[in-house]
Design a protein around this ligand. Structure first.
Ligand SMILES: [Zn+2]
Length: 85
């Protein structure tokens, strides 16, 4: 496991302990997590990230979306590299 994964795992434990939000109070729509998941830093992303810092369920969803987004980027990069060779 790399240091980034260790750090995120530790943060996840703290989020679930301190900000469980089981009733999903104030949660944005799932689709609004796609911009910060893709690394888009617009005004909407800033608002969503401000919420995610205090909401374990949204933190989990954003983490899952980031994993999917990174996997898709890696897949596109692999295909592009294979095409170029
Ligand atoms: Zn939330």
């Amino acid at each position: 496991m790399d240091w980034e994964t260790d750090l995120i795992d530790a943060l996840e434990v703290i989020m679930h302990r301190d900000f469980p939000n089981p009733h999903r109070i104030g949660c944005p729509a799932y689709d609004s997590l796609t911009h910060p998941a893709a690394g888009i830093g617009d005004a909407q992303s800033a608002l969503v990230v401000a919420h995610v810092r205090r909401c374990a369920p949204c933190f989990d969803e954003l983490k899952e979306l980031r994993t999917k987004t990174n996997a898709m980027k890696a897949s596109h990069t692999d295909r592009a590299a294979r095409r170029d060779t």
